[in-house]
Design a protein around this ligand. Structure first.
Ligand SMILES: Cc1cc2nc3c(=O)[nH]c(=O)nc-3n(C[C@H](O)[C@H](O)[C@H](O)COP(=O)(O)OP(=O)(O)OC[C@H]3O[C@@H](n4cnc5c(N)ncnc54)[C@H](O)[C@@H]3O)c2cc1C
Length: 420
């Protein structure tokens, strides 16, 4: 299978033949690569400098049909499956990490309600209701180009899965009233809907009572608050959201009661979707280093630095780390499914940890290897370095939590305890 990318585009991150990509994967990754090289990459420095949202990138994503990448075909979308989405998003992350990361928040609203929900258990009535509601949601995206955000984090234990979300949904006549605060909501002020994870307010409520509600950004009682001036991923514009008696109708429910909990426990790879942005950054750091040492980076003098043995060894180290990262990540994204085996789950944590930590390590090696001029703001490397630092901090699978779970789950079977 040949890659339809035009000459002059970067090579694909995953070669079609070697990785046995499907025709759709070849097509969508090439599309993402073209948009990234021609549009998102050139716009990235300005949005990074100003911590501003890349609205024009979203217009391009919309025009290319990529806002509907995971909307099922029967609803007018591209119907991409999980690995296809992950590979496509990684290509976007090569050129603008923030665009890939925010796109993930939007795409989750389609993936979780679509391909993933299709595999979950529901009663016939729940399935019927879900199908009707998600059709409304998909129509907004396909016909009106609407964008969804994914406010999940609250600054408490809920985002790590250790407690119910403090944001509450109270049943009212004809729908729900939402009250609470979300932090770090990427796309804040730029999304049309916030896909809010919250807890149904009822007696004895637990993590099982998580609801997933689409709250319109312009609903009364919804406010974007706080500053946004972070180290990296600055174009995600992840400010805080306040929900103060925000009212939505019953059809705002993106999943039936109890189904989000089932997804989180039975389809754990749903949380691996934060990685493509950083997989793309890892590739970009390597690509930049090779070009820079060959004297081929546009806007820099054509000075070659490749003849020094220390540079060659550094590039070899980077290549080893990149190959290891890509191989593990590719394997893990192909294993996403309902009720994965214990080994598949441990591998998913390992992939998350590896991508997030190695993206930053590759950027660090790139800066050290290319030298002082390469860290000037006129070049992308220092932005890649700052963006890459954010990956291992992202809940629910931070690098620390991945280590914690891999160690514990490798040593203990479910229910096993040590003797007193
Ligand atoms: C650029 C960017 C964009 C983001 N976009 C979004 C978004 O769109 N939506 C969203 O919901 N969130 C988003 N986040 C938030 C992110 O996922 C985390 O929730 C956030 O970074 C956590 O910050 P915190 O200081 O509140 O973490 P804390 O909860 O204070 O945790 C600090 C650290 O302690 C460890 N820890 C926490 N809980 C546990 C536990 N139970 N067991 C073991 N260790 C634990 C973790 O390693 C964690 O990194 C974004 C973050 C960044 C950096």
């Amino acid at each position: 299978m040949t890659d339809p990318a035009a000459p002059g585009l970067n090579a694909p991150m995953f070669e079609a033949g070697a990785f046995r990509l499907t025709a759709q994967q070849v097509e969508l990754t090439a599309l993402a690569r073209r948009l990234g090289m021609e549009k998102f990459g050139p716009r990235a420095p300005e949005h990074d400098r100003d911590a501003s949202f890349p609205t024009a990138n979203y217009e391009d994503l919309r025009a290319a049909g990529l806002l509907a990448i995971c909307v099922p075909k029967e609803h007018g979308g591209l119907g991409a499956d999980y690995p296809t989405y992950m590979l496509t998003a990684a290509e976007i992350g090569r050129y603008c990490g923030s665009t890939a990361l925010t796109l993930n928040m939007h795409v989750c609203s389609c993936l979780w309600t679509g391909a993933l929900a299709d595999e979950l258990e529901m009663t016939t009535a729940e399935r019927r209701e879900h199908d009707r509601r998600r059709a409304l949601h998909y129509a907004r995206i396909v016909e009106q180009g609407k964008v969804y955000a994914q406010p999940f984090s609250e600054g408490g234990p809920a985002a790590a899965g250790a407690a119910p979300f403090a944001t509450k949904a109270t049943a009212i006549k004809g729908g729900w009233r939402v009250d609470g605060k979300k932090i770090f909501a990427s796309l804040s002020g730029h999304a049309d809907y916030y896909g809010v994870l919250c807890t149904e307010d009822k007696e004895g409520q637990s993590i099982r009572d998580t609801l997933y509600l689409a709250v319109p950004a312009d609903a009364e009682g919804v406010r974007v608050v706080g500053e946004w001036d972070p180290l990296g991923m600055r174009a995600t514009v992840s400010r805080n959201l306040l929900f103060e008696h925000a009212r939505v109708g019953e059809d705002a429910q993106l999943m039936p009661r109890g189904i989000y909990y089932q997804a989180a426990t039975r389809w754990p790879h749903m949380f691996l979707t934060l990685t493509p942005a950083y997989m793309g950054i890892a590739q970009a750091a390597y690509d930049f280093t090779v070009r820079y040492l060959r004297g081929e980076v546009p806007g820099t003098p054509p000075v070659k630095r490749r003849m020094y043995p220390t540079k060659q060894i550094a590039v070899a180290e980077m290549r080893l780390r990149l190959e290891q990262t890509k191989a593990l990540w590719f394997q893990a994204i192909g294993e996403a499914r309902l009720d994965p085996t214990k080994d598949q789950v441990l591998r998913a944590y390992a992939a998350q940890h590896t991508v997030m930590e190695n993206a930053n390590e590759l950027c660090r090696l790139a800066l050290r290897t290319c030298g002082g001029q390469a860290m000037l703001k006129a070049l992308p490397l220092e932005r890649l370095y700052r963006d890459s630092r954010c990956g291992s901090l992202m809940l629910p699978w931070t690098a620390e939590i991945c280590l914690d779970r891999i160690g514990r789950q490798a040593l203990y079977e479910p229910g096993e305890r040590d003797e007193e």
